[in-house]
Ligand binder design. Structure first.
Ligand code: 5GP
Length: 195
């Protein structure tokens, strides 16, 4: 399978294909958020697995929708199940944990939930998501895990926007986290990557 260096490729594609929107939003619809590149995604998964190799993980957790692709690659490589937090409770879901998350891109609050069947005190989780911005999705997932008595061992993000607060919040909470590509600024619609 084609493999150069996934971090390098990710950085190049962000610069080449990324589109900036007002309010510090970056769209990478051609390979992450709409159309997806499974080859790149596989290597992103591999990079996370290498990075978090020392952790004893029994499950990967993510939040729908764009976190699912990188999370499933990590789950595949670690041979553990992947549970995704839902943004809408299905009528068929009985016992569930719920939390409220503020969406940065849509600027509204929404309820998220996960079935009690798939999250419990025995779980040692790796949270994977496409973006880290202000850390609201991460905080919502942490809340669900706390309710379940489950432990988040670490978090991995494909892209982090370092000019927002999520990374600092996770540092304050003492949660190990790692991002493959870090955006320093999107000022004047120029994508500036951190070294
Ligand atoms: P946070 O919860 O950390 O504020 O934002 C992360 C979540 O919002 C991610 O799940 C991601 O889907 C979405 N998000 C935040 N910022 C961006 C962005 O610049 N571009 C895209 N495509 N999604 C974002």
């Amino acid at each position: 399978m084609y493999y150069r260096n996934c971090v390098q490729e990710l950085r190049e594609r962000i610069l080449k294909e990324g589109r900036c929107f007002p309010g510090g939003i970056l769209k990478v619809d051609s390979f992450v958020n709409h159309q997806m590149d499974p080859n790149l995604m596989f290597h992103i998964g591999r990079e996370f697995v290498v990075r978090f190799a020392s952790l004893d993980i029994n499950k990967v957790i993510t939040i729908e929708a764009s976190g699912i692709a990188p999370a499933i690659m990590v789950g595949f490589l670690l041979n553990v199940p992947v549970v995704f937090v839902k943004k809408k409770a299905p009528s068929t879901m009985d016992a569930q944990y719920t939390s409220t998350v503020h969406s940065f891109t849509k600027n509204r609050d929404y309820q998220v939930c996960v079935s009690k069947e798939y999250l419990g005190p025995e779980d040692r989780l790796l949270f994977i998501d496409d973006f880290l911005a202000n850390g609201n999705a991460a905080a919502g997932v942490l809340d669900l895990c706390q309710q379940a008595g489950a432990k988040i061992e670490a978090m991995g993000f494909v892209i982090e926007k370092a000019f927002q607060e999520g990374g600092k919040m996770l540092d304050r909470l003492g949660i190990p986290h790692f991002s493959l590509a870090v955006i320093e600024s999107l000022d004047d619609c120029q994508i500036k990557l951190a070294d």
